[in-house]
Design a protein around this ligand. Structure first.
Ligand code: ACO
Length: 376
């Protein structure tokens, strides 16, 4: 086999570094956050998970109060960022607006190039808070509404909903988003996290790394799949249409969004929780159509392709039933994943070596150089 044939496309199966943050066991469908099974920590608040990732273990009540206070204190945005979001083109993708707005933050953060651990921790907390505020402000601006200043009392999840809708959410709504944020918080060396670590490995700053990660998450093969799933469900339109639509799409060798995973060869443990949430929310909203359609697509994909639903599949119908517009789904993913990205950035810097893989050159060799005036 030649060198070129041995290239692990997409870094398939390549282990590039160690991490203590999360373990993804694709064979058994297990996800572990710093030693805790996701099935158990799914009931924790997002703030507890932030503490777990940043400080190494789950907090006691006093520790939780402290991180909660620090997260709340970082919710505000510089005026220039509010203004940018309010004036961004209405047809620009929310993830593109988020990416630019987050990039702007570096001008307003103290010591952005200081990579010492206390400064990194401060920046991780600030970014985790501010990505949520920016995301909610984008949602408001898209509806032509004024931004809502953050509350300094509500939880991270409840505050996101409050800033998006202008109304204090019911507990059940806030609890659902809280759990969704926990389920999306970290996931090994996925594309966006790896992107953040690559940027960090050159000793660039945390804002640059998170900005790049947002760009990566935006793609439909990664976080952008949740929006694509809802667009697909809307396009299919009814339970009766599912069978034909799936058959045709597979015959055309097109991918069905929300299925397949590089690592999971069995059910994605996050999808199990989101499936339950999708059903509950369909029933609560008095419209189980999206859930039933999703379930049928899942059955067909398992039968015909042996592919399982991933995290993006049932999050789509859950968020939709909660009244969230599909274009905002990926930005909500970013609200959750910022804690994962920033924790990985901190971990990368503990024992850093620049990421510099090699390429198998596949271009021409030994071409004859011709001076420009003699080239045809
Ligand atoms: N629908 C139909 N067929 C699929 C799907 C799908 N969703 N996913 C994979 N396949 C098929 C491929 O066509 C390919 O078939 P082939 O061997 O006959 O050509 C085979 O399964 C392997 O697929 P790859 O794309 O090579 O798998 P890879 O590991 O590179 O990609 C990925 C994984 C990107 C998740 C892929 O399954 C996919 O595109 N899924 C749809 C998008 C999606 O849901 N992304 C979200 C992933 S979770 C996350 O990032 C948060």
């Amino acid at each position: 086999m030649s060198n070129l044939e041995m290239v692990p496309k997409g870094l398939d199966g390549v282990v590039v570094d160690k991490t203590e943050l999360s373990r993804v066991d694709g064979t058994n469908g297990v996800l572990v956050y710093r030693g805790y099974n996701i099935d158990e920590v799914a009931q924790c608040s997002f703030e507890e998970i932030c503490y777990l990732f940043l400080y190494g273990d789950l907090p006691n009540i006093e520790q939780l109060k402290k991180i909660d206070k620090r997260l709340k204190a970082e919710r505000s945005l510089p005026k220039a960022v509010w203004d940018f979001v309010a004036n961004a083109p209405k047809n620009e993708h929310p993830m593109a607006v988020l990416r630019t707005a987050v990039s702007m933050l570096s001008g307003y953060m103290l010591n952005v190039d200081d990579l010492s651990s206390d400064v990194l921790l401060r920046h991780a907390i600030a970014l985790t808070s501010k990505v949520s505020t920016i995301s909610a402000a984008i949602s408001r601006a898209r509806q032509g509404l004024f931004a809502v200043e953050p509350s300094f009392d509500l939880s991270h999840a409840a505050n996101y909903l409050y800033m998006s809708t202008g109304e204090i959410p019911q507990d059940v709504v806030a609890k659902t988003l809280d759990m969704a944020l926990v389920l999306h918080a970290d996931h090994g060396f996925n594309a966006s996290t790896f992107t953040a670590r690559v940027v960090t490995s050159s000793l660039s700053d945390m804002v640059s790394a998170v900005t790049a990660a947002i760009g990566s998450l935006k793609g439909p093969l990664h976080g952008g799949a949740n929006t694509a799933v809802m667009e697909m469900l809307i396009e299919i339109g009814s339970l009766e249409n599912v069978e034909n639509w799936v058959n045709q799409t597979l015959q055309q060798k097109r991918k069905i969004m929300g299925f397949g995973h590089r690592v999971y060869k069995t059910i994605d443990p996050r999808a199990k929780h989101l499936k339950r949430m999708s059903k509950e929310w369909g029933e609560r909203a008095g419209n189980v159509k999206w859930f039933l359609m999703s379930e049928k697509i899942e059955d067909m994909m398992q039968s015909f392709k042996h592919l399982n639903a991933n995290v993006d599949f049932y999050s789509a119908s859950t968020y939709y039933a909660m009244g969230i517009e599909p274009e905002m789904f990926t930005a909500i993913f970013a609200v959750a994943r910022t804690i994962g990205w920033t924790s990985h950035i901190i971990e990368q810097l503990v024992d850093n070596r620049i990421m510099r893989p090699e390429a198998a050159y596949a271009g021409p060799e030994n071409k004859m150089f011709v001076p420009i005036e003699k080239r045809s």
